[in-house]
Design a protein around this ligand. Structure first.
Ligand code: PMT
Length: 360
């Protein structure tokens, strides 16, 4: 498929990110290293976090979205456990694999530490076990060069990076897996319409509604649908491509996921609702198959923004109260749904590698 005009124009009319060539060199080195040390290596490109839409070229203000990068950072850890090397393309300052356990306001690292009697700083007794496990996994990944962290901020940076990285993963063929968990903006301001400097409040237009009769009117253009081009051109032909579909209305989720699969022609859409995303997701595959992966009730983590009553409400084909427990009977405090998602994906990916199948 040939990219439409809007796609070609996007890359010619928006500036190439400053960090791109450095990131490309890092990815080349990462891919070469893993391909040469292990011919069966599998690399997952995990995208994570939200993209900003700057309102000014010298950016003071921007539009953003809710994503903290929890899905991406958590999934990256489980991919590493499954033996993948991971390229983690993430929104700068969003959650990172491993450090996510001890960062941001909910898990401030200082709360895990204490002063010992003799003036040393130590990890508090109750956190020793968890911190040791996380530290061991982190150090293993680092020592074996299994995790490459690449940050982006804006929608444009994200798209340039995605295009380059997908192309650089060509040597992996079917052993590459794309896991597109980032919450990518659907709208942006083209470079030619963007203010160079900070928008002045004195410059805003006279409007009808606000108190002093002034409004800031921002016109956004749709971001071209690059997923089509990722699937048909950038990504290796045999690679596995998994995208996400986020909705807020339960009645739309499955049909929107099906439409995305149909439209982009990739392998799998994982659907999730904003309010239940930490407890359930739906795998939608070709042929209209809908399979729910759900954290059993007793193992669900608490969530301030989550609405537990909505769990099960988006099911289209088999509405039921039945819970699918894929956790192997292990009892966990707050089981992470990614611990169920990623092993499933690894199996599907391995089948694809074994079958040598390719996208049409
Ligand atoms: O970070 P968390 O707080 O944990 O939240 C996780 C999440 C809800 C953001 C995540 O699970 C999720 O659903 N991510 C995708 C949400 C989304 O933006 O969907 P979409 O319909 O706009 O995009 C569809 C897919 O194409 C996504 O996989 C997206 O990453 C990808 N995409 C979209 C547009 C674009 N220009 N390029 C893309 O790669």
């Amino acid at each position: 498929m040939i990219p439409d005009d809007s796609q070609s124009r996007y890359f010619t009319s928006n500036p190439t990110p400053k960090a791109l060539s450095k990131h490309e060199a890092l990815v080349r080195e990462f891919v070469d290293y893993h391909v040469s040390t292990n011919p069966n290596t599998r690399i997952a490109l995990v995208t994570s976090g939200g993209t900003t839409v700057p309102l000014e070229n010298q950016t003071v203000r921007f539009i953003d979205n809710f994503s903290a990068g929890t899905r991406g950072a958590t999934s990256a850890e489980y991919f590493l456990r499954e033996g993948y090397a991971v390229i983690f393309l993430h929104r700068q300052y969003s959650l990172l694999p491993y450090s996510r356990h001890f960062s941001h306001s909910t898990n401030c690292f200082l709360d895990f530490m204490d002063e010992s009697g003799d003036g040393e700083v130590v990890v508090r007794q109750e956190y020793q076990q968890k911190m040791r496990r996380v530290l061991e996994e982190y150090q293993y990944a680092k020592k074996n060069r299994l995790l490459l962290l690449l940050p982006f901020t804006t929608i444009t940076e994200y798209l340039f990076e995605l295009r380059s990285l997908a192309t650089l993963l060509q040597p992996l063929d079917s052993r590459a897996l794309f896991y597109l968990a980032a919450a990518v903006s659907d709208f942006f301001i083209p470079r030619e319409r963007m203010n160079e400097h900070k928008i002045q409040s004195s410059e805003v237009e006279n409007g009808k509604k606000s108190g002093d009769g002034k409004q800031l009117v921002v016109n956004l253009d749709p971001v071209p649908k690059f997923l089509t081009t990722l699937v048909s051109q950038w990504a290796p032909r045999g690679s596995m491509i998994v995208s996400f579909k986020l909705e807020t209305d339960p009645s739309l989720l499955v049909s929107k996921a099906e439409q995305a699969l149909e439209k982009y022609g990739h392998d799998l859409v994982i659907g999730n609702l904003l309010t239940t995303r930490k407890w359930e997701v739906v795998f939608v595959t070709k042929g209209g198959q809908e399979r729910w992966v759900r954290v059993p009730k007793a193992k669900r983590s608490r969530s301030v923004s989550g609405i537990e009553e909505l769990v099960g409400r988006a099911e289209k084909n088999k509405p039921s109260d039945e819970e699918v427990d894929l956790s192997g009977g292990e009892v966990h405090e707050g089981l992470e749904i990614e611990s169920l998602i990623i092993p499933e994906l690894a199996v599907l990916h391995q089948e694809r590698i074994n079958n040598g199948s390719q996208r049409a």
